[in-house]
Design a protein around this ligand. Sequence first.
Ligand code: ATP
Ligand code: MG
Length: 581
Amino acid sequence: MVEGMITKSETERRTASLPDPEGARATFSWDAARSTLEGLPGGGLNIAHEALDRHVAAGHGDQVAIRWLGRQGAERDISYAGLADTAARFAAVLRDHGLVPGDRLFALAGRVPELYAGALGTLKAGLTFTPLFAAFGPEPIRARMEIGEATALLTTETLWRRKIAPWAEEIPSLKLVLIIGDSAPEGCVALGPALAAAAPAATVETGPEDTALIHFTSGTTGKPKGAVHVHGAVVAHAATGRFALDLQPGDRYWCTADPGWVTGTSYGIISPLVNRVTMIVDEAEFDVERWYSILEAERVQVWYTAPTAIRMLMRAGKDAAQGHDFSHLRFLASVGEPLNPEGVIWGHEVFGRPFHDNWWQTETGGIMIANTAAMDIRPGSMGKPLPGITAGIVEREEDGSLRECAAGEVGELALRPGWPSMMRAYLHEQARYEKCFAGGWYLSGDLAMRDGDGYFWFVGRADDLIKSSGHLIGPFEVESALIEHPAVAEAAVIGLPDETAGEVVKAYVALHAGHEPSEELEREIRGHARKKLGPAVAPREIAFRDGLPKTRSGKIMRRLLKARELGLPEGDLSTLESDSR
Ligand code: ATP
Ligand code: MG
């Protein structure tokens, strides 16, 4: 047995949604996966139909689709029938205001029920849905609405007045602004009365290749790209939710990602509803005590969250979790950034279950590589490719061709195109899109390694790789070693130019409560890293920070640290940073 491996019991394996991952990999086909959905007459496919109407028609209308927890303590249960009805009315409102399939609705709202009904109503009406993160400032909103040529907007009066109204006239494509609530400023439409007056619309007969979603990437490495996804993606949302998140009908499921990001839409709206679970939606922001209480009081069974949140929980200490009953939790998963082994082990200790890391990108539209419920976990590994997914590690040869790397070799993580949720384009960036493909592979831009047993290990983004005295150093490995030190809560590692070594490794760390920066602590952490990693890989210098710069989706922005260190222009990066530094 590999050191630190977390093994699964026979019962865990047998009761998993994917009890035999290896067997399934051999027999799986996307055509067969598609036949588990209903589809529309004449070969059509529509995400909203699969997420809602299909279940209502099968007699599950009374099941709770969304259990909504308001910021101020309000609670609301919305049934599948109720959500389907509001979505159908929403679709009618769009149609009655002259919007047609192919038009594009942008949503800018917090996690309120109308956002969910609006997303599904938009898809039902055959329009493209694009979520924006409500905490964005006016500039990122405007840039995205311009690139995406928004025709409709769903938002709140406050957000409208504060962030959009001053320049809305400069978006000539914008025809309809729906304001959540009972009243609306001049020129906008109040959603409440409009829904009440509408007669529920039937689903537009979209085809599998019709555009359904445009998601902007997180912008961790530069200007966000608009990834275009189609209704056919629902086949992947359905299958990967079962395989990678272990979703089973009736489960109580909590995805903590905001629908402003691809995770919060694919796995915070579509996949869970298609798999007929009850979603917990919390309107409030992260709060340690609130989160532990929700897990307990809502008897959450499946929980999908992110390393940044896990690290914040870790930072609060194990005591904060004490006294809570987490016995309903069956499956924990994480995505968005590499999950340090420390986080996996911590989860196991606090919740009695490990976090299952999985990997995907806005571009892939759905989870590609995962630790699934029946698999033994090697902490630090992102798991294995799901059934239907062929992943490889490749390296570009001097003549431009691609060579597949052997086990243990680091190279670019690549996927064989053909899964249903693959992006169909980068909006207005055809050349960039085409550059993602070579030699029959989709190239992810991430570096990884596959071990002899087929587990994949994330090394870093290709751009973040550090070359120091002939060594190739992935920041993730160094960061994971640093946070094993008891004083270190978070770490970010970059390479800085150096005349002799080419680059030297510099680390930024944030400390756990109760620890203060000092020269002595710096020396101690460096010593710890040298022991774990060896002198060639360990950071030469460590700087203390109260917090690390992150994207608004919570990802550490190594490139911004580097730009600041070198006095380079920060460009688009700094405007995407979160407030919580
Ligand atoms: P941009 O492409 O605009 O720079 P981004 O890559 O952060 O932003 P996303 O598509 O939201 O935008 O994030 C996908 C990326 O996040 C992956 O390519 C990978 O670098 C990282 N990532 C996601 N999940 C994992 C994981 N489990 N382990 C390691 N890295 C992950
Ligand atoms: Mg990316």
